[in-house]
Ligand binder design. Structure first.
Ligand code: FRU
Length: 509
């Protein structure tokens, strides 16, 4: 692989060649973060799914490894999760060398073609050598299909209180919870969600875990549910629910409310049709979190697929398709809008920091040409801007541009109290009618001060506003890299209280 193609991300994970979609089986083990992923090695479009594989010591730099799971007589290998079976409940390893166990969906394309409904089942494979080689369990599938077409993407975690494994499974328009003592025999516990949340499409790739409410010792359960289509800006998106889980049922928390503006006139707990989204940009899908992160670390670590099924197969990359988001730390915040999950890039991103440039505090009346002022000429950087708006000001935008007048705007619209990304002029977009557009996200934080963190790579921008309370992720494919950076006030003045731009090194050399 060359990794210097026009649109190749420099600090986001991409497969060396071929197609990638969902991240799968993320698990920490013996000093390594594993990342498996939906992979078609023989083509740059979706096809027979394998699990590709990579490892990292810091969640930032990745080493590509050989394909972990190949299709077999039961089907191709769809999305799923991995755990470390420390107590050897499955007897697939030993207590001294516990098995890394992958639980995934078999997709039987012949069954689908034959018009059957039961072509998705759950299977198990295990590794005794840090994920380097894999054995399929001899009695697969471990969970048969009850006659429902969409029955997939098992996320398994250990429920300590009940000393059992819980499988969170996406079943068409709801989540089904199963439990097991040994990862091999599964019993149905309950269903959740057919009458709650976003339902514009099929539910996929769920996750279930706890987070403390920031600043307290109180824990809540978070249920992530990816959905396609039906996202707030179209196509694929990641919604979540905050509540309680008792080993059997998931119930919503009273303080998990619908959006104050826009989606609901009477804010109460989220009802059917009212989704709350982890990321309001168009390009963060199928994300779930790492298993087995050491308790001494304590973080809940997330990664998503940086694309959207509306155009994932058509984007104009070269010999590969798709990247992941940066790895993110999730926290639970008590906000005026109710309990909300916030995301921030992992702190290890510092490992690729090059030079940091400081901007002087100033009042910006016309556009401030940041890249010119700082003599910057890089398409890969992080910028942190502390901005202040006086009343009556329309908002602001950060512009990324090239010499061909192609550009993308990441901004805040005061009238609508919303952030936005405008990629109507970001370069070629004729590959899909759903690509160019202006996409919006509600502001959750309040007050006249704005913290704007942007991660800019060759083909993507990630906005973490107000300490990650509002997040937007979007991709772009300009004919020339975006290296120009400007801050543009909208109707009035914007105070820049502080600002930095940090150049980021490539993870590939
Ligand atoms: C989500 C998804 C999953 C499925 C996989 C197939 O993007 O559709 O539901 O397991 O992709 O590649």
């Amino acid at each position: 692989a060359t990794f210097d193609e026009l649109h190749r991300p420099q600090f986001h994970f991409t497969p060396p060649a071929g197609w990638m979609n969902d991240p799968n089986g993320m698990v920490y083990h013996n000093g390594e973060y594993h990342l498996f992923y939906q992979h078609n090695p023989d083509s740059t479009v979706w096809g027979p799914m394998h699990w590709g594989h990579a490892v990292s010591k810091d969640l930032v730099s990745w080493e590509h490894l050989p394909i972990a799971l190949y299709p077999d007589s039961l089907g191709t290998i769809f999305s799923g999760s991995a755990v470390i079976d420390k107590n050897n409940t499955s007897d697939l390893g030993t207590k001294d060398n516990p098995a890394m166990v992958a639980i995934y969906t078999y997709h039987n394309a012949e069954g689908e073609k034959a018009g059957r409904n039961d072509y998705q089942t759950q299977g198990v494979a295990y590794s005794l050598d840090n994920g380097r080689t894999w054995t399929k369990y001899k009695a697969n599938p471990v969970l048969k299909n009850p006659g429902i077409k969409d029955f997939r993407d098992p996320k398994v975690s250990w429920y300590d209180k009940g000393q059992k494994w819980i499988m969170t499974l996406a079943v068409k328009d709801h989540i089904s919870f199963y439990s097991s003592k040994n990862l091999l025999n599964w019993t149905k516990e309950s269903d959740f969600g057919a009458d709650i949340g976003g339902h514009g499409g099929v539910w996929e790739c769920p996750d279930l875990f706890t987070l403390p409410i920031a600043g307290t010792n109180e824990e809540k359960w978070i249920l992530i549910v990816n959905i396609n289509p039906g996202a707030p800006n179209g196509g694929s998106g990641t919604q979540y629910f905050v509540g309680e889980f008792d080993g059997k049922n998931f119930v919503l928390d009273n303080n998990f409310k619908a959006q104050l503006t826009g989606q609901s006139t009477t804010p109460g707990t989220v009802k059917k049709g009212e989704g709350i989204w982890l990321d309001y940009g168009k390009d963060n899908y199928a994300g779930i979190t790492w298993a087995n992160v050491p308790e001494t670390d304590g973080r809940r670590l997330f990664i998503g697929w940086m694309s959207n099924w509306q155009y994932a197969n058509e984007v104009p990359t070269q010999n590969w398709r798709s990247a992941t988001t940066v790895a993110r730390t999730l926290t639970l915040e008590n906000t005026p809008a109710g309990l909300r999950v916030a995301s921030q890039p992992v702190k290890e991103l510092q490992n690729i920091y090059a030079t940091t440039h400081k901007l002087t505090a100033q009042t910006v009346t016309d556009a401030l040409n940041i890249s010119e002022k700082l003599s910057l000429n890089t398409p890969t950087f992080e910028t942190n801007l502390e901005l202040e708006l006086a009343g009556g000001v329309g908002g602001f935008a950060v512009e990324l541009a090239n010499s061909k007048n192609q550009r993308i705007l990441i901004g805040y619209d005061a009238a609508g109290n919303r952030y936005y990304i405008d990629r109507t002029q970001s370069g070629p977009s004729s590959f899909s009618k759903d690509f160019a557009g202006i996409h919006y996200a509600p502001r959750i934080a309040t007050g006249s001060k704005f913290l704007v963190k942007l991660l800019v790579d060759v083909a993507s921008v990630e906005l973490f506003a107000d300490n990650g309370k509002t997040v937007m992720t979007e991709i772009f494919f300009p004919d020339e890299k975006f290296t120009r950076l400007r801050l543009i006030p909208n109707k009035g003045q914007v105070k820049l209280n502080a600002g930095t731009v940090t150049e980021l090194k490539s993870i590939w050399n």
